[in-house]
Design a protein around this ligand. Structure first.
Ligand SMILES: [Zn+2]
Length: 382
């Protein structure tokens, strides 16, 4: 059943566990991720970023997508989530990752997203709060949960680049949550976007702990969110490079540090995107090497050519362009494309399965008191 983030946060806060929030860029990933969570009896939290939505509308130069195109992609992805999630025995959430304007959050909600993030973190705090409040008002009236962001992460995510991070001030975080009524808050405490998070990252766990303590003293309900938290496993990067890729120096966030902030720092949602991209690239390169007969297929051969020209690329959106109908609608035109889609599915199942177990959402679906958006809207009103 589809629900918002709020019912998922309740048991996670009570029992100190977290959910991986997984970015999806194709129908096949939606299907496979939901299936994996069903097998593990974990609630599922899928997310689409603004650029992913432009891509899902068929805009291959997704950096230049218009709001109309993003809205079309939002609808396509929401339809896929409904198709595989509506009758699922586990709670299913579709969340907008890094919404950058009220209009884009509204478009996502209207398309069927059940949760949105409004990222006003590049603005001064007063403006950020004003924008966030506006989104909360619209979203909560429809039972949709809202994640805000305070503080700036280093690194590149979609088209947003921050040279260096500015950690979240715990007292500002309390003021922000009180003032806006957000359900979740993304904080800056040492994680960063992308595949190069710096060698030997040490999270400033004290920041998460301080924010979490302050929020509970004020009796504010809010799950903390860790962005830019991919693990970037060295073994997967090595495998890609052995299979003809050329991924340079890359570092992720060590899982033991994330487990610590789940235990004591109130982190309840952990965004994972890069790991899925890496595993997908590894699986597809492996398919080319182990089953070269797939290259007799024109569509797969076209993908192979793109990857050959860009050995450093690991964002599947860069090389899946020849099969956009498959990406957007899940159509399988040839047996070779089916093999490629299986590789994509295996990748997201590997990463989601791992994180479900590591972050502690394994077998937690029964703890969620799932409510429909209509019921949640009434709750927010009360
Ligand atoms: Zn992010």
């Amino acid at each position: 059943m589809l629900t918002s983030l709020k019912p998922l946060l309740e048991p996670a806060i009570k029992h100190s566990f977290a959910y991986g929030a997984f970015n999806v860029n194709s129908v096949a990933q939606v299907e496979a991720a939901i299936r994996m969570h069903e097998i593990f009896k974990s609630p599922v939290l899928l997310q689409g970023a603004e650029l992913a939505n432009a891509f899902m509308a068929g805009r291959t130069d997704f950096m230049n997508g218009t709001l109309e195109e993003k809205a079309k992609g939002m609808k396509i992805i929401a339809d896929a989530v409904r198709k595989y999630g509506e009758d699922s025995p586990i709670p299913v959430v579709l969340h907008l990752d890094h919404g950058h304007s009220f209009e884009s959050c509204k478009a996502a909600i209207d398309a069927g997203y059940t949760s949105v993030m409004i990222d006003g973190s590049s603005k001064p705090i007063e403006e950020n709060m004003e924008l966030t409040r506006e989104v909360v008002k619209y979203a909560h009236a429809k039972g949709v949960s809202v994640e805000g962001e305070l503080g700036v992460l280093a690194g590149v995510e979609d088209n947003v680049f921050a040279e260096s991070s500015t950690y979240t001030h715990p007292l500002d975080a309390v003021r922000f949550v009180k003032n806006t009524g957000v359900d979740a808050l993304a904080i800056s405490y040492g994680t960063s976007h992308g595949a190069v998070k710096g060698k030997n990252v040490k999270l400033r766990k004290e920041i998460a702990i301080a924010i979490n303590e302050c929020l509970s003293h004020e009796r504010l309900f809010c799950g903390l969110v860790s962005h830019g938290s991919s693990n970037v496993p060295a073994e997967v990067v090595a495998e890609i490079n052995e299979l003809g890729g050329q991924i340079g120096e890359s570092h992720g966030i060590p899982i033991p540090q994330l487990k610590e902030v789940i235990q004591i720092g109130g982190i309840r949602k952990i965004n994972v995107d890069t790991d899925i991209r890496l595993a997908t690239t590894r699986n597809i390169r492996n398919l080319f090497v182990k089953h070269p007969e797939v290259l007799n297929d024109d569509l797969v051969a076209a993908i192979y050519e793109i990857m050959k020209k860009n050995p450093a690329a690991f964002d599947p959106r860069a090389y899946l362009i020849p099969i956009m109908d498959t990406v957007m609608y899940g159509t399988i035109p040839t047996p070779a494309v089916q093999k490629l889609v299986d590789a994509i599915k295996d990748a997201i199942m590997e990463v989601t399965g791992k994180m479900i177990v590591e972050f502690g959402s394994y077998h937690m679906a029964h703890l969620v008191k799932t409510r429909s958006l209509e019921e949640l809207a009434q709750e927010y009103q009360a």
